[in-house]
Design a protein around this ligand. Structure first.
Ligand code: NAD
Length: 479
């Protein structure tokens, strides 16, 4: 691909140096609002991945000895530098992946909390003393970093995922090779500039940009990778899981979802409907924890559908820099076609479009479907767009049963005043997360975030990553 003189071309960050792809090739990054050229990314090769792993491995020897106070200081500096470069990060989230400013600001604030929470981990890498059956033997466990962590991030929340996973890994004394989504490399490049300015040593954090499906296996399959943290689709996650199994490489997989919301007849619709809208329309449904299934008790079903469609038809679709805009463009042609196919298939098989189903450029209007049946693709498969189905239910028990009728298991929600049923739901829903009277979309730096089944393996967050990205060693002293 030929570079154009007036368009930015981003480099990779390997071993503390800014470098082109091994072959000098680049790939195009498009602004999803109109598919115009946003920039070029360096097209990293398998050799670039090898070099980055080598740099990370040799940096680990010194980096793991850094003092907690130094890692803490550098991470807190990362947070300061993020605030200084806030407008660069926000602009990038808007123009590289099409975030409305509302979502970009939310992501920026959340990212800051991720970095600060990671700084707090540095002093808490703790083992314990253990009673021993042997006389005069002192027994303890110490917690050690694993080594080189591969971080692979998706396009939709690149700042949240980068700040959480990279900062947690390096807070614990690991070094990192990061492969960001080919649709969002610039965000990670800005982050790498910040990491460099914060004083992290060369090789402790490396970014290889390129096409994940071409070079990803080189990363996840390398014997010098000690842990893989992957966020993305279930199909790629399954593939990575198989590769990791061969090398016994531990991993966390944060994958797709088909998250349900159950709304019982006693729910306060005034409060519930706006939260239902937030659950699916934020970033145009391009959220793993978006709620794409609503099960509503029959006495309030008609009223809920009416109110939800009124809200849906008014959701902001203006300029991405207008704070009232919610609906984002859909990231790629492939993903737009997927959404169109899901809607067309549902309609062909008898579903009703209550509102939406149309497009404005690359943006799909908020779409509510009723009369959805199991034969329709949209019923069970992740759509990853502003499309959701509303089903009537005759009882709480039916709602729980149908909410669990999925291969995914990421987020879930129930709206009711009945605390007994709410807790019964929280205990019996087969999902990694459950929100009572709150939307399925929620995340915090220190919570166990993740899902079951097709939605993934393991959890992330400060406590979960402390467990996942370190290993315990048993040490004894004969006194
Ligand atoms: P994707 O699976 O297409 O890509 C994710 C990343 O994997 C990209 O960086 C890509 O380059 C890389 N990749 C592709 N093939 C690879 C390979 N063989 N080896 C290594 N890396 C490879 O996903 P996407 O379209 O970027 O993101 C959307 C998906 O991510 C949705 O399914 C969504 O639900 C999921 N997601 C999950 C979470 C979560 O926390 N559970 C969060 C955000 C997104």
């Amino acid at each position: 691909m030929n570079k154009k003189a007036d368009v930015n071309t981003f480099k990779q960050f390997i071993g503390g140096k800014w470098v082109e792809g091994e072959n000098g090739e680049v790939f195009e990054i498009q602004n999803p609002i109109d598919d115009s050229l946003y920039a070029f990314g360096a097209k990293g090769t398998k050799n670039d991945i090898k070099k980055a792993i080598k740099e990370a491995k040799s940096a680990f020897i010194g980096y793991k000895e850094t003092l907690p106070m130094d890692r803490e200081r550098m991470l807190l500096r990362v947070a300061e530098l993020m605030e200084e470069r806030k407008s660069d990060l926000i602009d990038c989230l808007i123009d590289e992946i099409g975030s409305p400013i509302q979502k970009a600001m939310f992501e920026f604030s959340k990212g800051l909390t991720m970095v600060r929470a990671a700084a707090g981990m540095c002093r808490n890498v703790r083992g314990e003393t253990i009673p021993s059956d042997a006389p005069e033997k002192f027994s303890m466990s110490i917690r050690e970093p694993l080594g080189v962590v591969a971080v692979i991030t998706p396009f939709n929340v690149p700042l949240i995922k980068t700040t959480r996973l990279v900062c947690n890994a390096i807070a614990l004394g690991n070094t990192v090779v990061h492969l960001p989504s080919e649709m969002a490399p610039h965000l990670t490049i800005i982050f790498a500039e910040i990491i460099e300015s914060a004083g992290f040593p060369a090789g402790s954090y490396n970014v290889v940009t390129g096409l994940g499906h071409e070079i990803g296996d080189e990363l996840t399959g390398d014997k010098d990778i000690d842990f893989v943290s992957f966020t993305g689709s279930s199909v790629v996650g399954q593939h990575i899981n198989e590769i990791c199994a061969k090398n016994k490489t531990p991993n966390t997989l944060e994958l797709g979802g088909k998250s349900p919301t159950v709304i019982l007849a006693d729910a306060d619709l005034e409060k519930t409907v706006p939260l239902a809208a937030r659950s699916i329309f934020m970033f145009a449904g391009q959220a793993c924890i978006g709620s794409s299934r609503f099960y509503v008790e029959r006495p309030i079903y008609e009223e809920f559908v009416k109110r939800f469609s009124q809200v849906a038809s008014k959701v902001g679709m203006g300029d991405l820099r207008d704070p009232n805009t919610v609906i984002a463009p859909i990231i790629s042609e492939r993903q737009r076609n997927r959404i169109k196919e899901h809607i067309a298939d549902a309609v062909a098989k008898g579903a009703t479009i209550v509102v939406g189903g149309e497009w404005d450029g690359n943006r799909c209007k908020p779409t509510l479907l009723t009369n959805v049946t199991e034969e329709m693709t949209v019923c069970k498969t992740e759509t990853f767009g502003p499309v959701t189905s509303i089903y009537p239910i005759d009882s709480y028990e039916e709602g729980l049963k149908r909410a669990n009728d999925t291969e995914y298991g990421l987020s879930s929600a129930i709206f009711t005043k009945d605390i007994g049923r709410a807790f019964h739901f929280a205990r019996n829903i087969e999902a990694g997360m459950c929100h009572i009277n709150g939307p399925t979309i929620h995340d915090e730096a220190h919570v166990p975030f993740g899902g079951n089944g097709e939605s993934g393996v393991g959890r992330e967050g400060t406590d979960a990553d402390m467990e996942a990205m370190t290993e315990l060693k048993w040490v004894t002293v004969q006194l």
